[in-house]
Design a protein around this ligand. Sequence first.
Ligand code: SF4
Length: 389
Amino acid sequence: MSAPPPPIIKGWCPGALRPMQSGDGLVVRVRPHGGCLSRAQVAGLAELAQVHGNGLIDFSARANLQLRGITPEGHAAVLGGLNALGLLDPDPETESARNIMVTPFRQSSDGTIALARALETRLGHAVTHEGLRLPGKFGFSVDCAGSPVLRQASADIRLERTPSGALLLYPDGADKGRLVEDHEAAEQAVTLANWFVRSGGTCNGRGRMAAHVRRTPLPPGYDVAVPDFPPFVARPGPTPGGWMAGLAFGQCTAATLSALATMAPLRLTPWRMIVAEGLSAPPSLVDLLPADDPLLRVAACTGAPACPQALAPVRTLATDLAPHVPAHTFLHVSGCAKGCAHPQAAPLTLVAQPEGFALIRHGTTTDQPIACNLSAELLRTHPELMTKD
Ligand code: SF4
């Protein structure tokens, strides 16, 4: 058996000003301010996707939105459109640093939006006027609406409320943080980001906080225990922010986005779901998945042919296998070892290799498989192979 080719790790995320080339054209990632899009912005994005792209929109695991299949000739017009919608940063450095994930369950009274805005402003100033340069995947979470819900999502610096309502700032991966007042939270978060850089957290423009704090003592003042909370499990249905709806593989069409724009502003999540702000009943659109849909039990990346690194198509296989995934478990089907759709461990993982799929239980795409060379046809006809001992 030949070794699968190593995936290309780019170490940065696409943006609008710096799109990424994919097999189906340019991927233009849009980072909503405060994790929310107004109805006018949703309608404008739907139009840009339809006119200049292939009409497909991804909702990413970082609570961003991606327009797919943008043509090189259409990119300038997309930038103009994003600028008119208030969704364009002044330069690629500011755009790259503005990785701020915000809880979609915020209420107007919990201070979350003010914290997110202050952090965005302070971070932009640090990048533009103080020379702060963070790795492309470095990010922040503002998770301050009651119990945290973003702990399983990618972030390097986290802001949360303790059970008593105090504001806790801590580096991802650390078991200690520091209490901060709301008015100083943004400043302290940027100070922590500067500490990460100055204490050697970056290497060749890469590096993540969790790995850094495993080998580096925390700065002084980080001595308050990070409280335990049960892991948050996202499900479609009513939420404090509105109706949360699932999307198959986190993707929808421009037509769906356009229809949503007539109903409500959208809050983005890292769970391949969107929250239709203020709605107390599900938007009636065929693309939105009900809570019992088997597709909520699978994740699959873009795969072949749209991703040039993919060794196989994966979404049709994941769709066919979804009804056979037992309730309360989860299947990740990946087109290569990079594992874009679900970088974490999963109960069941199928990863494409040159000779077929490898099956991994309770691991990631790079863990030891328990079976290899499984063809898509074999998995379709014998889906029990995934779960039987
Ligand atoms: S995991 Fe999927 S989307 Fe990511 S690089 Fe591999 S094939 Fe492409």
